[in-house]
Design a protein around this ligand. Structure first.
Ligand code: PXP
Length: 239
């Protein structure tokens, strides 16, 4: 049965809109765990647009399940990860001007530098996931450079506006998941998944965990964090 890791970045987005102290992503993480989440995810961005260093440090102390730190493979972020020691680091590409992470890491282009970052983190006992598109060549490189697991980018599928595009992007995800499983990589999946699109993953049992943020936090604004997490958990556990 797949797990659900809840990304609380956008609780911080609301806080940073006013640069005040609430709502606190730490409180949201506690509520998500009480509702049954299997992990808490935060993306500490270079520009600190939502999650702040203080959030990650407090979460490290209080998260009872597991803390997953999404970050770019930069010297600054590697230093923070080595200090904080999250339960998993997910390496993501990052561009200052993007609204959100726009695609997977290109391992063909960045193979050597990502391999070095994986080695540094793993030597310190931190497992590393790499956020990549489902293309077979990306998955093969992830395996070659010894990633602990991959997170398959589901954004193109979730955002597809035509049936053709939806079918094509989902077939790509299925093929990517099957290949990663054959290569014995752990498999997470995420980006853009909502209460509707999660249902498409029924029967894709190779996926270990879904990483979901925006849709859960959006629903939490209306129904509360615990209710929003419980609803998504019920859908994930039905898959
Ligand atoms: N996985 C990764 C690697 C991400 O960068 C994000 C967005 O921060 C997510 C999952 C969650 O995406 P969403 O907020 O659209 O659910």
């Amino acid at each position: 049965m797949a797990g659900l890791a809840v990304n609380v970045d956008h609780v911080s987005t609301l806080r940073e809109a006013r640069k005040i102290s609430y709502p606190d992503p730490v409180a949201a993480a506690v509520l998500a765990e009480l509702a049954g989440a299997d992990g808490i995810v935060v993306h500490l961005r270079e520009d600190r647009r939502h999650i702040q260093d203080r959030d990650v440090r407090i979460l490290r102390k209080i998260v009872q399940t597991k803390l997953i730190l999404e970050m770019a493979a930069t010297p600054e972020m590697v230093g923070i990860a080595l200090d904080i020691k999250p339960d998993l680091v997910t390496l993501v590409p990052e561009k200052r001007e993007e609204l959100t992470t726009e695609g997977g890491l290109d391992l063909i282009v960045h193979k050597n530098s990502i391999a070095e970052t994986i080695g540094t983190l793993q030597n310190s006992g931190i497992p590393v996931s790499i956020f990549i598109d489902s293309a077979p060549e990306q998955i093969k490189v992830a395996h070659q450079i010894n990633a602990t697991m991959v997170e398959i980018h589901t954004g193109a599928f979730c955002d597809a506006t035509t049936i053709k595009k939806r079918e094509q992007t989902f077939t790509d995800i299925v093929n990517g998941v099957k290949l990663a499983h054959k290569l014995k990589l752990g498999i997470n999946a995420g980006h853009g998944i909502c209460y509707k699109t999660i249902k498409a993953f029924k029967g894709l049992d190779e996926i270990d965990e879904f990483s979901i943020g925006h849709s859960i936090v959006s629903r939490a604004v209306l129904v509360g964090m615990k209710a929003a997490v419980k609803e998504m958990l019920a859908l994930v556990k039905e898959l």
